[in-house]
Design a protein around this ligand. Sequence first.
Ligand code: NAP
Length: 279
Amino acid sequence: MKIGILGLGLIGGSLGYDLRSLGHHVLGVSRRLSTCEKAIALGSVNEASVDISLLAAAEVVFICTPIGLIVPQFQQLIDHLPVSTVITDVGSVKAPIVKAIAPQWSNFIGGHPMAGLAESGIEAAQRDLFVGRPYVLTPDETTPKTAIAIVEEIVRSLGANLYYCPPDEHDRAVSLISHLPVMVSAALIATCMGETDTHVLQLAQNLASSGFRDTSRVGGGNPELGVMMAQYNRQALLSSLAQYRQNLAKLTNLIEQSDWAALEFQLQANGKARPKFVE
Ligand code: NAP
């Protein structure tokens, strides 16, 4: 199958590697010529160009640009495509994208591979990035069954675990498990850096080990991605942050009251709940 990828970065480049090894002919379009050349040299795409019309020959196009560019790039793309082309995207937020694109392109299905790295760009692209990872598709009642089947087949062939849900439910769920942790982890790093005793700050930096590495990882990641999560999933993220503040206040209160039994009860409940998310 001829498959187009618009935006040859971490996700687009990684998709290219896997789609090529599955035998597809991959057409890549990116903003910079140097990225197109790298993508060809690395073997992520068969052909690449900064000219979006290269994608006219694709049967399916994955839009893999930064979130804020998905809708504007879609608007440019459709001037070059026959209506039969299936378009999907990989944006980390779904409701605003689906709301803008679905009414304009019947063969569109929103998607989100839950696979990421701290690095970005074509150099960070990896083979098998999606294997064993969740991949969410968000069709609505008007999405043609054939378009769903085509994208589903590709996603399954990547080795990803497929999920379907409505766009707004996707956005609320990822707000809890992806976007909230970025903000919580960012606040953790800022709190540590706010230590005014330079000796204590230096000692903390020297002593930081695996626990801090785990809890600070997402807060120290790609700032542009963090801002886009907040900007495009603002309402769901504000709601998650409000719930988080309530839980933090509850824990603070238990410590102020020296209510160690209640604190232990809460920590035990959390320990039992965690495997439901990560195992
Ligand atoms: P990325 O590594 O920065 O890649 C995005 C690429 O888009 C850039 O390399 C850039 O290529 C290209 N681009 C920028 N403007 C463009 C334009 N106007 N036309 C064509 N290409 C353009 O970002 P990413 O992490 O792959 O994220 C891409 C999408 O995947 C985002 O929508 C994000 O929400 C989603 N996503 C990310 C993750 C993650 O953890 N990273 C996970 C799941 C989904 P040039 O080098 O040519 O400028």
